[in-house]
Design a protein. Structure first.
Length: 474
């Protein structure tokens, strides 16, 4: 049937004598070209869920099938479109996807200014001053909290399902067509098949379900489990919706139905709040000067925050493996940060959650060395709370890692200039900054106010400067 569909005269009229390419039908069905070839020439598909999906996507007449499509009643007569009508609908798909891609690329090219514009939708008391990161009072402690005093509580499957997951009609309005009269069901599907970056994989991730900061300078963060795409189906859809109206210069709540649906950005029950951990690394030089490291995120490689400067290291809070207990050894802020240091400073392959075996931290030389330095207080890690990007409502845990120069030189030496996500800032204003950018008020202000900076990284800089005496005086 798939082969007959591809080679139908109406499709040949639009696509040429060979009909619709297998790769195109594969995109519609969420399969590769090789998988389509096997479907056409191999043994019959027997999985009913897959068959129902294929039939829906290709518009197979219900009365011609030996199985039922839920919600679709068979009819005795199906109107066949004329060649002209089919050509029109096929062009409609092309136009729809082209328009979506245009907005997506506008979003990626203007994330910094769009985030600042989106922040004006929310009360000023929620803003980390000078940045587009939002932090409610209940999400932020009274000051930096050493990571040892941040308890993580595992609630696992007991966590309630989010009320909004990105499949709602408010989200579907911004999704393009993948075949005539059928739009993609999730934003991540559209990214994958229309404008996929080089790094785009769905991975298990930790979902924030509760926050409690105590007056004694400690805190507790509760987590269940979700996936990376659970986050993107909301956050990137919100960014796309905002970019589409901002591009027309007509930003207001009335034109943002998905954002209205998520009226309270700090309600962890409304959506899957899947945080990243963004860490500003502050290097205390032997001369007494402090420097910080920044990263430029390549929009061709990453799905979020492309084209922006960000603190380094930064990454999703995720297990290191699909195997093992998600509440086991990976369920730790510090260990996740060490994995990101390994990737972004040393250029090592990422422990990305797709491996078959959990990471053994006790046998990992880098982790053991960093842990010794932490216990001797030659490096210190502070948590500033939890915030979310005003543009996408993507959550992050902003932190600062203060490390002595000798420890840094011993373990990292000269950091790599490029990694899987972008480029380390090793030159700034004509000066060599491979050892870091001087941690001065002028430089902090320059990046926060005048450079395209990701809101989490900007917030880390702003908060680190605000509490610099505490961070550098310990």
């Amino acid at each position: 049937m798939v082969r007959a569909y591809r080679l139908h005269q109406y499709h040949r009229a639009e696509y040429g004598p060979r009909g619709i390419p297998q790769s195109v039908v594969g995109q519609w069905l969420g399969l590769t070209q090789a998988q389509i070839s096997r479907i056409e020439t191999g043994p019959p598909v027997t999985d009913l869920v897959s068959l129902i999906h294929y039939a829906r996507v290709l518009g197979a007449p219900a009365e011609r099938l030996w199985f039922s499509i839920p919600g679709v009643a068979p009819t005795r007569h199906v109107e066949r479109p004329s060649a002209a009508e089919f050509s029109s609908t096929a062009s409609e798909v092309t136009i729809s996807q082209g328009a979506w891609r245009t907005v997506r690329r506008y979003l990626n090219a203007h994330r910094g200014e769009l985030a600042q514009a989106a922040s004006t939708l929310y009360p000023i008391e929620f803003h980390v001053p000078g940045t587009a990161l939002l932090m409610a009072p209940e999400w932020s402690p009274s000051g930096p909290v050493e990571v040892e005093r941040v308890r993580l509580k595992w609630v696992g499957p007991a966590a309630k399902s989010p009320l909004v997951d990105g499949s709602e009609s408010e989200a579907r309005q911004i999704l393009p067509l993948y075949s005539p009269s059928r739009s993609f069901e999730r934003y991540t599907q559209a990214i994958r098949y229309i404008d996929s970056p080089s790094l785009f994989e769905n991975r298990p991730s930790y979902r924030l379900t509760g926050i409690d900061w105590s007056q004694d300078g400690s805190g507790e963060l509760s987590f269940g489990v979700a996936t990376y795409f659970d986050k993107l189906d909301i956050s990137e859809a919100l960014g796309h919706e905002f970019a589409a109206v901002a591009k027309e210069g007509l930003v207001n709540w009335a034109r943002l139905p998905l954002r209205r649906l998520l009226s309270d950005p700090f309600d962890v029950d409304l959506r899957a709040v899947v945080p990243a951990i963004t860490t500003l690394l502050i290097r205390v030089r032997t001369s007494g000067e402090a420097t910080f490291l920044l990263h430029w995120r390549d929009p061709g490689k990453v799905a979020t925050a492309g084209g922006l400067y960000d603190a380094i290291p930064a990454g999703e809070f995720q297990p290191s493996s699909i195997a093992g207990d998600p509440a086991g050894s990976d369920f730790d802020l510090w260990r996740n940060i060490v994995r990101e240091l390994n990737e972004e400073l040393l250029g090592a392959p990422e422990y990305d959650g797709s491996g078959s075996r959990p990471l053994d931290y006790d046998r990992w030389p880098l982790y053991r060395a960093l842990e010794r330095a932490r216990r001797s207080r030659r490096l210190r890690l502070y948590c500033f709370g939890v915030g979310c990007d005003a543009l996408t409502l993507a959550a992050t845990i902003p932190t600062a890692l203060v490390i002595e120069d000798e420890v840094f030189e011993e373990l990292f030496g000269e950091v790599v200039k490029t990694n899987a996500e972008g480029v380390t800032v090793t030159e700034w204003n004509g000066q060599d900054t491979s050892a870091g950018i001087p941690f001065t008020e002028q430089n902090v202000s320059q990046f926060i106010r005048n450079e395209p900076m990701a809101p989490p990284g900007a917030a880390c800089l702003a908060l680190a400067w605000k509490y610099r005496d505490l961070l550098l005086g310990s």
